[in-house]
Design a protein around this ligand. Structure first.
Ligand SMILES: [Ca+2]
Ligand SMILES: [Ca+2]
Ligand SMILES: [Ca+2]
Ligand SMILES: [Ca+2]
Length: 354
């Protein structure tokens, strides 16, 4: 997720991008468009911006995130494709105001030949880490045995294979960092103008810490010195969660949104460090299992604060989308429906969102 900016069609309202897996190598990309007034009773359906026929494209091999990689002011969908055998490619679905099956035709900006790069051991997100105005792809790489690295694929206006190439800004020697215990998101958490990688780390036994890997212009493997801004040894148990970032409270720093079973939590961005520099607050109780919801964060209604957008699986091919508006000084904590599909029309379980 970018720093709360997911405006795919460039109209000033954040959108939710939805990659749909029809099965058999058939896929589509949809946009659920933001709108200025949430509670007007008018719902909007997602519209298609790309599709491929059967046998062409396997979303199950992709990890996606969103950010303005090419710097044209519209958020793009970044897709890391796993060809298997250590072969990988990074595709950009460029944000566009157009609609239809070829509107957001993806292009390749990087690839690694067989035996070189394993997307399956990576966790990705996006944000302007180096502060040049273009969103970068950030990838936590798991070397195994507690060894990890953070790669930056810098955003670029180039549209050719090799337009970007990754560099390492942080490396943890063996025995130090288990990527399997880490969940990353990106946003300018400390408010210095560059997106940071924020990582929720699960030490086990209800012990968690929120680490900040601060954005930097440096390209050296020792550029980042992670620090934590929250640590708790006995808070509550999150067996699983989804992380997103966006400036929910409108103070200029990205905040962390943590979706768990039946609820969503919120941790305010801070420039501080230590055990209590920030603290989780309950944002929304929704009674929805994490299995049945997918969230993104962005300024859906255009009021200057990021909102939480939730795609809900109602069962039987019925999908629903909710928006919970952010606001100053505190989140407003109510949700409004912006879309409800017909029966048998849309299966959220086969989607990935960004
Ligand atoms: Ca938009
Ligand atoms: Ca763009
Ligand atoms: Ca950048
Ligand atoms: Ca920052």
């Amino acid at each position: 997720m970018g720093a709360g900016s997911t405006d795919f069609n460039g109209d000033g309202f954040a959108d939710m991008s939805i990659l749909y897996d029809y099965g058999g190598g058939e896929a589509g990309l949809f946009v659920l468009p933001g709108k200025p007034v949430i509670d007007d009773g008018v719902t909007r359906s997602p519209y298609m911006v790309w599709s491929v026929p059967r046998g062409n494209f396997w979303p199950s091999a992709m990890k996606i995130t969103a950010g303005d990689f090419n710097g044209d002011g519209r958020s793009d969908v970044l897709a890391l494709y796993d060809y298997g055998g250590g072969e990988a490619g990074l595709f950009i679905y460029p944000g566009t105001s157009a609609q239809g099956s070829t509107a957001a035709e993806p292009y390749l900006v990087w690839s690694a030949p067989r035996g070189n790069f394993w997307p399956s051991v990576m966790k990705i997100t996006a944000g302007d880490f180096n502060g040049d105005g273009l969103s970068d792809l950030l990838a936590l790489y798991d070397y195994g045995r507690g060894e990890a690295g953070l790669f930056v694929f810098p955003g670029t206006t180039g549209r050719y294979q090799g337009a970007t190439s990754p560099y390492l800004v942080w490396h943890a020697p063996p025995g130090n960092f288990e990527v399997s215990r880490a969940t990353p998101a990106a946003g300018d958490f400390n408010g210095d103008g560059r997106a940071d990688l924020v990582v929720m780390y699960d030490y086990g036994n209800n012990e968690y810490a929120l680490w900040v890997m601060q954005g930097t212009t440096s390209r050296q493997p020792d550029s980042v010195n992670p620090y934590w801004c929250w640590h708790s040894a006995g808070w509550t148990s999150f067996p699983r969660y989804q992380l997103n970032t966006g400036d929910i409270n409108g103070d200029g720093r990205s905040d962390l949104v943590v979706a768990v079973d039946n609820a969503t939590w919120f941790l305010s961005g801070t420039a501080g460090s230590g055990d209590n520099a920030t603290w989780p607050g309950l944002y929304l109780t929704d009674g929805i299992s994490l299995n049945d919801k997918k969230i993104t964060v962005g300024d859906f209604n255009g009021n200057g604060a990021a909102d939480v957008i939730t795609l809900v699986d109602k069962g039987n091919g019925v999908a629903e989308a909710w928006v919970t508006p952010g606001g100053v000084p505190a989140p407003s904590r109510y949700k409004q429906r912006v879309w409800l599909s017909g029966s048998g029309q849309f299966w959220p379980s086969v989607t990935k969102v960004a």
